[in-house]
Design a protein around this ligand. Structure first.
Ligand code: GAL
Length: 467
């Protein structure tokens, strides 16, 4: 494989999220989140694991940033735990929580690492779930906006990159459709209500940022959504339409409103009044509400037209409720898989980048997450993870091809900086480029961290000028 070469201002980063790494779940005044209690419900998380300690990043933050600096990383994407800064989700501020993030930001800057902050990575303050029905209640729009403004106010002098929400689809579908994630709600309709409120909350916070903070702070703001690629199983018109529909139900659901001001037509046609509608004013607020396109991408599946009754079919992998789409998904048995069972298909990443460029008028795209889990082991103090190195090389080489074809692709964040709490799968899945020993909490750079470091060092780096 030829050497990877990226534009000089291409941004190289890694990503994490608060609940997955911080621990200190009730330390220094932090309030509980829906994940703190979800983990207490027997049977919800593998082996009864919790994020109570996780990687103990709350107490090891400086050590972690030093490891990033050693790799030559240019950016670090992390999330703020809403209930650490606002223990009941609103009202009184927990200054100790603010101090933690302020120190983390300063530590990044000290090492020339750009902080990229995600405001919401799934750990909703428990009080908001109880008092307002969480994302199901319309009050969430204002509550999220107020929390976002607190962050812009306190951190915006130093933070120039904001992501409002991580993976709207997961919040809606896994949290409120399939009930696999907190707050464990199972419903066929709630995902669409929740998705609607997520979009409105995003738009509100972006409007506040643009009006009150962006002019003086000069940063950028966007949203990070997840999508797998859907390849038509055959070249028939029906299968091509099915793949397109699957992408619209997965990514178009959240990206069309942000770029075009409304939901995809196929969702409106199929869902009727189960899909909420935007007022003309809301459409205006939404359209253009992202300065960049944040994409989390992990895998690819084939999509085919489904002619039958889907009610009892396994909905795994469907971006949206299966029976609403009439799409059958499958994988090629010859595709290699990660320990998540996700197929490794680098060309799917290139096709998805191209699809986004074509549909949304070539916006600046950042891959805000891409990575893989394998059953890594320590041998003589080292962790050899050749499959992860191959994965990164494969995906990045397809990303490079996308840039060569004119896609405005600006940066890549490897998921994840270190092994961490993989939600309902607990600590059984290792996504890190650093190994974490969950007994001693020692971090060990895997071969993939060394590969990434060497790749970054070979790129000529020129910091992009401020937006
Ligand atoms: C994403 C999520 C991350 C991480 C990753 C691997 O959906 O944003 O928190 O868990 O998947 O499954």
């Amino acid at each position: 494989m030829s050497e990877l070469k990226f534009p000089t201002d291409f941004l190289w980063g890694t990503a994490t999220s608060a609940y997955q790494i911080e621990g200190a779940w009730a330390t220094d005044g932090k309030g509980p989140s829906i994940w703190d209690v979800f983990c207490q419900i027997p049977g919800k998380v593998n082996e009864g694991d919790t994020g109570n300690i996780a990687c103990d990043h709350y107490h090891r933050m400086k050590e972690d940033i030093a490891l990033m600096a050693d790799m030559g990383l240019k950016a670090y994407r992390f999330s703020i735990s809403w209930s650490r800064v606002l223990p009941t989700g609103q009202g009184e501020v927990n200054e100790a929580g603010i101090q933690f993030y302020s120190d983390l930001i300063d530590e990044c800057i000290k090492h020339d690492i750009e902080p990229w902050i995600t405001l919401y990575h799934w750990d909703l303050p428990l009080a908001i779930q109880f008092e307002y029905n969480g994302w199901k209640g319309p009050e969430i729009v204002q509550l999220f906006n107020d929390y976002a403004e607190l962050c812009f106010e306190r951190f915006g002098d130093r933070v120039k990159n904001w992501i409002t929400i991580n993976e709207s689809w997961v919040i809606a579908m896994l949290g409120h459709g399939q009930g696999l994630f907190a707050p464990a709600i199972t419903s066929n309709d709630d995902p669409y209500t929740v998705g609607h409120h997520i979009l409105l909350a995003h738009a509100e916070a972006v409007q506040s940022y643009r009006k009150k903070y962006q002019p003086s702070q000069g940063g950028q703001i966007g949203i990070a959504n997840n999508c797998d690629w859907r390849e038509p199983l055959t070249d028939t018109e029906a299968d091509r339409a099915a793949a397109e529909r699957a992408l619209e139900f997965f990514l178009g659901w959240f990206a069309d409103p942000v770029y075009m001001g409304d939901y995809p037509q196929c969702m409106k046609d199929r869902l009727g009044d189960r899909l909420p509608t935007f007022s003309p004013e809301e459409k205006k607020k939404l359209k253009g509400s992202s300065d960049f396109f944040g994409l989390n991408h992990y895998t690819t599946m084939y999509a085919a037209e489904n002619y039958g009754d889907m009610t009892n079919q396994n909905v795994y992998g469907n971006g949206g409720i299966a029976e609403d789409q009439h799409v059958t998904l499958s994988v090629d048995p010859s595709w290699e898989k990660t320990s998540m069972g996700w197929a490794i298909v680098p060309w799917g990443c290139r096709k998805l980048l191209q699809w986004i460029a074509d549909r949304y008028d070539n916006p600046p795209i950042y891959i805000t997450e891409n990575g893989c889990a394998f059953d890594d082991v320590v041998t003589d103090g080292k962790v050899h993870d050749p499959q992860r190195v191959d994965f990164m090389r494969g995906y990045l080489s397809e990303c490079q091809k996308a840039i060569e074809s004119g896609v405005n692709f600006k940066g890549y964040f490897a998921w994840s900086f270190m092994d961490n709490f993989e939600w309902a799968l607990g600590y059984s899945k290792r996504f890190g480029i650093h190994y974490v020993d969950f007994e001693t909490l020692e971090r060990i750079p895997k071969d993939s961290a060394k590969f990434y470091k060497s790749l970054i060092s070979k790129q000529k780096w020129v910091k992009a000028s401020a937006t």
